[in-house]
Design a protein around this ligand. Structure first.
Ligand code: GSH
Length: 317
């Protein structure tokens, strides 16, 4: 039975970013629970946890809410260090890798998945993603870009092949960086998983040209982990309301904007139509920012965001 200590992933099955976290949970063999959320707005059971942040996935542990896989994975690794995915010497590298897999490569993947399936996609999904990204999802535009995006995707896949080949020469080419699967492997797996699932013929043809990647992908996909318990959104909200966030010292170092604990600030991802979440700053670090008393959320929560890829501003009263 889930408790205030349980790892709860708010997710949906087809989400590649959720798959990234599921893979990390499998590799770390952690027990976890899930709440299946809708892939489009509205998300009535998620908003009281995030204060309006709408993306998938979101991680909840009691009254602490972690937004964005960049922070979710860092937090899981720090809080549950067994079966480490960030091994000595790899600190920082996986963040640089994820900034490529999650932005440049993912934009290519999503263009291919939507472009190849555009005539079958529900209108609600197209409209939702148009509103979220401000981009053009017209069938003509998507179809016209498809062949060019496929070129881009194959080029990026070939970087993994080169990496695995180079590692083999150094005696550790089983995984991207070393003899054990690590966080960089977790980040790199997502785009292949997503395109293989939704545009299988194209992905399989590319993988035939990159046999080391195919072998690596098959091996990492074999990880089993633990089956999650399924919770309802209401059950997760009850846990959040009844728990207290982990103790966290109010602190901010040398913030470029001079932000101080107690100030009202707003934060949004920088790669979509602004989705500001507004609350009181508890603590700010170069890679993490924590809010309390967030507008539209359960007041007592601590809601945590990464910094890279996010815009932050002070909110004047
Ligand atoms: N930078 C975010 C990106 C997450 C993301 O774009 N997720 C997609 C689903 S895979 C999404 O939020 N789609 C809209 C939605 O689910 O509402 C992260 O790493 O968590």
């Amino acid at each position: 039975m889930a408790s205030a200590q349980s790892i709860i992933l708010h997710q949906y099955e087809g989400s590649p970013f959720a798959e990234k976290v599921r893979l990390a949970l499998r590799l770390k063999n952690l027990a976890w629970s899930k709440v299946d959320i809708p892939p489009v707005m509205p998300k009535p059971d998620l908003m009281p946890l995030t204060g309006g942040y709408r993306r998938t996935p979101v991680l909840q542990i009691g009254a602490d809410i972690y937004c964005d896989t960049a922070l979710i994975l860092r937090h899981l690794e720090a809080r549950f260090p067994d079966n480490a995915l960030v091994t000595a010497g790899q600190e920082g590298t996986h963040c640089m890798i994820s900034s490529w897999t999650d932005k440049q490569w993912f934009q290519t993947s999503v263009g291919i998945v939507f472009g190849a399936n555009i005539d079958r996609l529900p209108d609600a999904l197209k409209k939702d993603r148009e509103a979220m990204t401000g981009r053009d999802f017209s069938p003509e535009g998507m179809k016209a870009r498809l062949p060019m995006l496929k070129d881009q995707w194959r080029a990026q896949l070939s970087w993994l092949e080169e990496r695995l080949e180079a590692g083999r020469g150094a005696g550790s080419g089983q995984w991207l960086f070393g003899a054990h699967p690590g966080m960089s492997d977790v980040h790199a797996h997502m785009n292949i998983w997503f395109v293989l699932k939704n545009v299988p013929d194209f992905a399989k043809t590319c993988l035939q040209e990159t046999p080391r990647v195919q072998d690596w992908f098959d091996r990492i996909s074999e990880s089993k982990g633990q089956e999650p318990e399924t919770l309802t959104g209401e059950e997760a909200l009850k846990l959040a309301r009844e728990a207290s966030p982990r103790l966290l010292a109010a602190s901010a170092g040398t913030e470029p904007q001079g932000l101080r604990p107690g100030e009202r600030i707003a934060i949004t991802p920088d790669d979509m139509v602004p989705n500001w979440v507004t609350g009181e700053l508890v603590s700010a670090h170069p890679n993490k920012l924590t809010l309390y008393k967030v507008d539209g959320a359960i007041e007592t929560l601590h809601i945590h965001f990464p910094r890279a890829g996010y815009l932050v501003k002070r909110v004047e009263d």
